[in-house]
Design a protein around this ligand. Structure first.
Ligand code: PHE
Length: 440
C-alpha cells in the first residue's frame, strides 16, 4: 500500500486541531454555560473535567485515528472491528446535528461583524441581540455562514484556514487579554471575579446533578470530542510524534482561551448591570458592545477585530465538522467533493432552520447535542479503546513518545477503564434525567 499522506509538519496537525477546538465553544458557549450554572462552581468542575476526562478522551480518539490511519467510520473497520462502525456513524450524525445550530450562532457573528461598521449594536445591546438572534434575518445569516463553510470545504482549501489559525490563536489571545485588562478597571470587576473565580463548594454539591453534566459536556464539546473530528485528524499524524504532548498542548491552549473569555465577559456584564443568569446565549454578544461603546470609533475598530477573529475561529471549527463527512463520502464512495459539500451543507442548513427561526430551539438542539449525543459517542469510544483495543491502544500511545510514556500509557488505560468510563456514564445518566425533565 502506498504511504498515506501525513501532516507536512507537526505544527500542521496541532494547528488544525486547535483550529477545530477553539471556536464558538470557547467564546460563546463557555461564558454562557458558566453563567447558567452558577459561575465559579461551574468553572472548577469544568477544569477538573478537562484534566480527568477530556485529556484521556482526546488521547483515546488520537489513538484510534493514528492506529487505523482512517477517518471515523473506516477506522473501526480497519482495526478489525466493523461492528463498531456505528460509533463512527453516531459521531458523524452528532456532528451534523451540532453544525445546524452552530451555524446559526456563526450567522450572529457575521451580523456583528457588519454591525461593527455602523455601530448598530451600541445603543441598546440587549435589545439588539434580541432582535437579530431569531427570525428571517437570523435565517439569512445562518445561510451565509453555511455557504462560507461549504465553499471552503468544496474547494478543499482548509489549508488556508489552518494557516489563518497560526494568526488566529495569537490574535484571539491578545484581543482577549486586552479586553480582560480593560474589564479589570471597571466598577463591576470585583463582583465579577468573585462570581467567576471563587467557588462555593457547598453550591457545587447541592447543584451537582445539573452542574456536573453541563461542565463535562462543555469540556468534551470544547475539545471537539465525540464527533469523530479528532479521530480523523489524528489519522494523518506520523508515528514519530508523541500523541501525549500534542494532546496536552491542544487541551491547554483551548482551556486557556475559554477561561480568558470568561475574564472578559463577566466584568463587562456586571458593570452593565446585566445579571449573568438572565444573559443566556446572548452573554458575549451583549457584553462586547457594552464594553466597546464607551470607546467611540476605537470601539468599532476593536469590535470589528474581535468579531472577525471569532468568525475565523467559528469557521475553522465548523469546517472540521463538515469535512469529516465530506471526506468520508469522497474517499469511500467516490462522490464528487463540490456536490457532496453542497448537498450536505443544504441538509445542515434545513436542520438549523428551527434554531434560527424561533427562540428556544437553539437551546434544545444544543442540549441534545452536548447532553446526549456527544457523551454517548465519547462513552463508546472510551469503552472501545479501554476494553476492545486495550493493548494496541497502549502500544499506540507509546509510539513516538520516548520512555516517558512507558509508565504513563498503562496509567492512562487504567484511567480510561475506570474513572473516565464511570464519569461519562454518570454524565449520560444525569443528562437523560435533565433532558426528560424528571426530578433528580
Ligand atoms: N470545539 C468546537 C468549539 O469549541 C466545536 C466543535 C465540536 C467542533 C466538535 C468540532 C467538533 O467551538
Amino acid at each position: 500500500m502506498a504511504d498515506r499522506e501525513t501532516w507536512a509538519t507537526r505544527l500542521g496537525f496541532i494547528l488544525a486541531s486547535v483550529g477545530s477546538a477553539v471556536g464558538l465553544g470557547n467564546i460563546w458557549r463557555f461564558p454562557f454555560q458558566t453563567a447558567t450554572n452558577g459561575g465559579a462552581a461551574f468553572l472548577l468542575v469544568y477544569l477538573v473535567a478537562v484534566v480527568v476526562i477530556g485529556l484521556p478522551a482526546i488521547l483515546a480518539e488520537f489513538v484510534v485515528g493514528r492506529r487505523a490511519e482512517r477517518s471515523a467510520i473506516g477506522a473501526f473497520d480497519r482495526l478489525g472491528r466493523p461492528g463498531w462502525r456505528a460509533v463512527g456513524a453516531l459521531g458523524v450524525f452528532a456532528g451534523f446535528w451540532t453544525l445546524s445550530y452552530y451555524s446559526v450562532v456563526g450567522g450572529w457573528v457575521i451580523r456583528y461583524v457588519g454591525a461593527s461598521f455602523t455601530g448598530a449594536y451600541f445603543g441598546a445591546p440587549n435589545e439588539y441581540f434580541g432582535a437579530i438572534s431569531v427570525g428571517p434575518e437570523a435565517v439569512a445569516f445562518h445561510a451565509v455562514f453555511m455557504a462560507l463553510v461549504v465553499g471552503i470545504v468544496a474547494f478543499g482549501i482548509e489549508g488556508g484556514i489552518e494557516r489563518a489559525t497560526k494568526l488566529m490563536v495569537p490574535s484571539i489571545v491578545l484581543i482577549l487579554l486586552g479586553l480582560a485588562a480593560y474589564g479589570a478597571t471597571l466598577s463591576g470587576a470585583a463582583e465579577a471575579y468573585d462570581y467567576f473565580l471563587s467557588p462555593d463548594v457547598g453550591a457545587i454539591v447541592a447543584n451537582a446533578p445539573s452542574v456536573v453534566p453541563a461542565a463535562v459536556g462543555q469540556a468534551l464539546f470544547s475539545l471537539s470530542l465525540g464527533f469523530a473530528v479528532m479521530i480523523t485528524y489524528a489519522s494523518y499524524i506520523g508515528d514519530d510524534e508523541s500523541l501525549g504532548v500534542d494532546g496536552v498542548t491542544i487541551a491547554a491552549t483551548n482551556t486557556f482561551i475559554g477561561v480568558l473569555a470568561g475574564l472578559v465577559v463577566f466584568p463587562l456584564l456586571f458593570t452593565q448591570g446585566v445579571s449573568p443568569e438572565t444573559s443566556g446565549p446572548g452573554a458575549v454578544f451583549v457584553a462586547m458592545p457594552t464594553a466597546l461603546s464607551a470607546l467611540g470609533l476605537l470601539g468599532r475598530v476593536l469590535g470589528l477585530a474581535f468579531f472577525l477573529v471569532v468568525l475565523t475561529a467559528a469557521l475553522s471549527s465548523a469546517i472540521s465538522l463538515l469535512e469529516v463527512v465530506v471526506s468520508y463520502l469522497v474517499d469511500n464512495h467516490g462522490t464528487e467533493r463540490k456536490r457532496t459539500s453542497a448537498v450536505l451543507g443544504s441538509v445542515v442548513f434545513l436542520l438549523g432552520l428551527p434554531s434560527a427561526w424561533a427562540e428556544g430551539w437553539l437551546g434544545w438542539f444544543d442540549s441534545v447535542a452536548v447532553g446526549l449525543l456527544l457523551p454517548v459517542a465519547v462513552l463508546l469510544v472510551v469503552f472501545f479503546v479501554g476494553w476492545v483495543m486495550a493493548e494496541d491502544a497502549v502500544d499506540e500511545l507509546r509510539t513516538g513518545a520516548g520512555d516517558r510514556m512507558d509508565d504513563l500509557a498503562p496509567a492512562w488505560l487504567w484511567a480510561l477503564r475506570t474513572v473516565v468510563l464511570l464519569a461519562v456514564v454518570g454524565t449520560v445518566a444525569l443528562s437523560l434525567f435533565n433532558l426528560t425533565g424528571a426530578p433528580v
